[in-house]
Ligand binder design. Structure first.
Ligand code: ADP
Ligand code: MG
Length: 395
């Protein structure tokens, strides 16, 4: 059997499955409950946070409520038999129901007929469906003609027509359209919630995965569930029949090895300039780009700072139990101030390296400075007494 990607296989089947979008789900459910469903909705948010999923579920709750345990059940409307509703629901979730029409405004071939589809919106729904629902993905990409057709329909919307417009770029949607929609902003999904979901997927797939791997994939998802699931797909492919490990992920993405980054931080903590420089050399010797090394280093320093400031068990620390322990041990060498300073150094390095004729020299210099930070901090404290807070401007 062909492999279907995880993001597809684990599409939310109920309002409660859409991770991190509880507020949106609740408001939509209330609207159905109180019979106050608007004619048009605008779902905004970055990719992979559940806009399309929520749009399909909302459509399903409107046309086939009996198939959804957490959809409000209308008492005063006549709906088809449950098995008919189930067939509708299946088609809606696949995206090919006759009455729930999905238009992907981003794919060129649909832009031409989008106008026609929208212009026909006035036609009644077929096959005992209650509503005709248009889900327009990436709506900001519609052609002008299609926008005009949409606007016309939205000005005098037929009772049985609903629009759910989805976009990653709300500011590109004409204000005339926006003002006719009820807008929902889908927030990025917190890493902890992505982690939970990934763990459930890993269990359901009976996969053997390191805890740390799941946390790291979730973090690299950057608030997008789809990105996290796609990355997990890639790790599964790369691992073959083996356990899913952080090392597999690091090799796959060309990320520096966590252990080597920790060696560097440890050497800097000891004030050992030579060892710090050697650790930097080892990292680059693996063929990982300097930019990637510094980026990972900054994220590592951030974790250390959070642990130093908030303690290893704090919620803001998004690490596996195992990683919390090793992070706490390493963080014990620093106070929060020092870590703030190191992050600033690394961040400056990242910015300046881009324009530098010799980025490697800058890299080494900053590493040496990190190892000397402790001593320099003392010097800075002494100097602080003699310096004035405002620098003299050049004439
Ligand atoms: N909030 C979420 N909760 C659970 N899964 C999600 C969520 N957001 C996205 N996904 C996963 O990513 C896939 C694509 O999501 P989609 O709803 O199309 O996102 P968007 O439309 O915001 O780009 C879904 O099939 C699902 O597997
Ligand atoms: Mg989508």
């Amino acid at each position: 059997m062909a492999y279907t990607v995880l993001a597809r296989r684990y599409r939310s089947q109920a309002f409660g499955d859409v991770v991190g979008q509880d507020a949106v789900a609740q408001t939509l459910k209330n609207a159905i409950q109180r019979d106050r469903v608007a004619h048009a909705y605008l779902f905004c948010g970055t990719r992979g946070v559940g806009k399309t999923s929520m749009a399909r579920l909302f459509a399903r709750a409107l046309n086939a409520p009996a198939t959804m345990p957490d959809a409000p059940q209308p008492s005063d409307v006549e709906l088809p038999e449950t098995d008919v509703q189930q067939r509708m629901a299946d088609a809606i979730m696949r995206g090919d129901d006759l009455n729930v029409i999905e238009i992907d405004a981003a794919s060129n071939n649909s832009v031409d007929n989008a106008r026609e589809l929208i212009a026909n919106a006035g036609l009644a729904p077929t096959a005992n469906a209650r509503f005709k629902i248009y889900i327009i993905d990436e709506v900001h990409m519609l052609s002008n003609q299609a926008f005009n057709a949409l606007l016309k329909t939205m000005e005098e919307p037929p009772e049985h027509v609903k629009f759910i417009l989805c976009t990653t770029d709300p500011h590109k949607v004409p204000p005339t359209i926006q003002s006719r929609c009820q807008r929902f902003d889908f927030p990025a999904i917190p890493t902890a919630r992505i982690t939970e979901h990934l763990k459930a997927v890993v269990n359901a797939e009976s996969l053997d995965a390191e805890d740390d791997l799941v946390y790291t994939v979730a973090r690299l998802g950057n608030g997008s569930m789809r990105d996290a699931l796609s990355l997990l797909d890639r790790v599964i492919a790369a691992a073959g029949d083996d356990k899913l490990t952080v090392t597999t992920l690091e090799t796959l993405l060309g990320l520096p090895e966590t252990d080597l980054i920790d060696n560097l931080v440890n050497a800097a903590a000891q004030g050992d300039v030579a060892a710090t420089l050697r650790a930097g050399h080892d990292l680059l010797a693996r063929g990982v780009s300097q930019e990637q090394v510094v980026e990972t280093l900054i994220e590592r320093l951030r974790q250390l700072m959070l642990v130093a400031a908030c303690g290893p068990d704090a919620d803001v620390v998004e690490l596996s139990d195992e990683a919390r322990k090793t992070t706490a041990q390493l963080a014990a060498h620093f106070d929060t101030d020092a870590l703030v300073y190191l992050i600033t150094l690394a961040d400056n390095l990242q910015r300046h390296a881009k324009q530098s004729a010799n980025p490697r020299a800058l890299f080494d210099a900053v590493l040496a400075r990190m190892a000397l930070a402790e001593k320099m901090a003392d010097v800075a404290a002494i100097l602080a007494g003699n310096t004035t807070p405002t620098q003299k401007k050049k004439p």
